[in-house]
Design a protein around this ligand. Structure first.
Ligand code: HEM
Length: 390
């Protein structure tokens, strides 16, 4: 784990034993399981994820006409309506129909490295994995994987800390994606298919439908929410398993452990360690008054090690009995990860095949972690070796 990050997490986990709240650079952090849940489930705490750009000095004008509501930071009625319209398209059933495709993608990525018995698994497996899935989900053809990959990388730079300089690149990519999406929408309106975009176009409640602008926003949200998260979570998982060979072997021998293994990996080290909220009004919680405008980080990484919910939290154990309370790494409350079923399916399928095709997985050099920036965390490179020929 990145040295500073590991130390900081250790500090927060110790602090959480003394107090449910700590000060940070922008306001406060909630640290215990109960208080992270408490904030995420309280609708008076609004998403501050859309303010990250503003905090870096980006003004509304810099976005021009493009600054529009995203599902990730919409609140109130606007959010309820969007969520209600899109939720059926993100059901476990829709995720399940992609499982055979996920297996195909994983197998194709493993084929060229299987005989070698070594790999830099971030570049070889984790990075490329989510793009074909998202394309298949949306119904974009294989010829466009590269285009998608490029646009996704540019749009994901929204998580960088030098936004002012790179804003033009991001906006150009957003424009190109929107134009592309409009073309796809046009095609699906004429010829509906069995894909997410068709579902979103058809989704309707009491005569209400998503507008073209909202469909474009959803496609962008799927790319922003569904690519870097998945690849980093898979990278973190493999780094953990490389250090827990017995658990890797258990998984290979018993694929029915995969769903639990995914939950345990996400609890143990989630790719999204926290998110941010601000008080939309004066809020009293746990006897403390937080004035309107107060910023609040919710430390899921700390809440996931709360011993009152997860006994012996330091122990990584894929056979851990479910405690009836979920880990926090997919969020909670109204902004709970919309892609949760898809993310789980992607990781489960990857775990099963990789554990079988890469027996005796072990580190083959030091893991290099990404800098801890805004949001998503995982390995930048992860050299491994394993038994060849599977
Ligand atoms: C392992 C992979 C993933 C992780 C760790 C993850 C994590 C999260 C978290 C923590 C949130 C809540 C953010 C907040 O409350 O501020 C969230 C929201 C969201 N995620 Fe995921 N996610 C993953 C995969 C996906 C996938 C595959 C998709 C798309 C298909 C997706 C789409 C979204 C969207 C659209 C939201 C916003 C929902 C809303 O605000 O109503 N995510 N995700």
């Amino acid at each position: 784990m990145g040295h500073n990050r590991a130390e900081r997490q250790q500090q927060l986990r110790s602090a959480a034993k003394e107090s449910w709240i700590a000060r940070n650079e922008i306001g406060f952090s909630v640290l215990t399981y109960e208080s992270v849940m408490g904030v995420l489930r309280d609708k008076r705490w609004h998403s501050a994820t859309g303010l990250v750009a503003q905090m870096q000095g980006i003004r509304d004008e810099d976005f021009g006409r493009r600054r529009r509501v995203s599902i990730l930071n919409a609140e109130g009625e606007v959010h309820v309506r969007l969520r209600r319209l899109v939720a059926p398209a993100f059901s476990p059933r829709s995720a399940d129909r992609l499982r055979p495709f996920m297996r195909e993608v994983i197998n194709q990525l493993v084929d060229p490295i299987a005989a070698k018995g070594e790999a830099e698994i971030v570049a070889d497996i984790c990075e490329p994995y989510p793009i074909p899935i998202i394309c298949e989900l949306l119904g974009a053809p294989k010829e466009d994987w590269q285009l998608f990959s490029r646009l996704a990388s540019d749009i994901l730079r929204i998580f960088s800390d030098n936004l002012i300089e790179i804003m033009p690149i991001i906006i150009a990519a957003q424009d190109e994606l929107n134009e592309y999406t409009r073309g796809l929408i046009e095609q699906r309106r004429n010829v509906p298919l069995d894909d997410l975009l068709t579902d979103l176009i058809k989704s309707e409640e009491a005569g209400d439908k998503l507008t073209t602008d909202e469909l474009e926003m959803m496609v962008e949200a799927v790319i922003v929410g569904g690519t870097d998260t998945t690849r980093n979570q898979l990278g973190l998982a493999l780094a953990i398993f490389a250090e827990h060979p017995q658990q890797w072997e258990m998984l290979a021998n018993d694929p029915s452990l995969a769903p639990r293994a995914v939950e345990e990996v996400m609890r143990f080290h989630g790719a999204v360690g926290g998110t941010i909220r601000f008080a939309s009004e004066d809020i009293e919680y746990n006897g403390v008054l937080f004035p309107k405008g107060t910023f609040m980080s919710t430390s899921m990484a700390t809440g996931n090690f709360d011993a009152s919910v997860f006994p012996t939290p330091e122990k990584f154990d894929i056979t851990r009995e479910p405690v009836g309370q979920p880990h926090l790494s997919l969020g909670a409350g109204i902004h709970y990860c919309l892609g949760a079923s898809l993310a789980r399916a992607e990781l489960q399928e990857a775990f099963v095949l990789l554990s079988q095709r890469m027996p005796n997985l072990a580190l083959n050099g030091p893991v290099d972690y990404k800098p801890t920036g805004v949001g998503i965390f995982g390995p930048a490179s992860l050299p491994v070796r394993f038994d060849p020929g599977h």
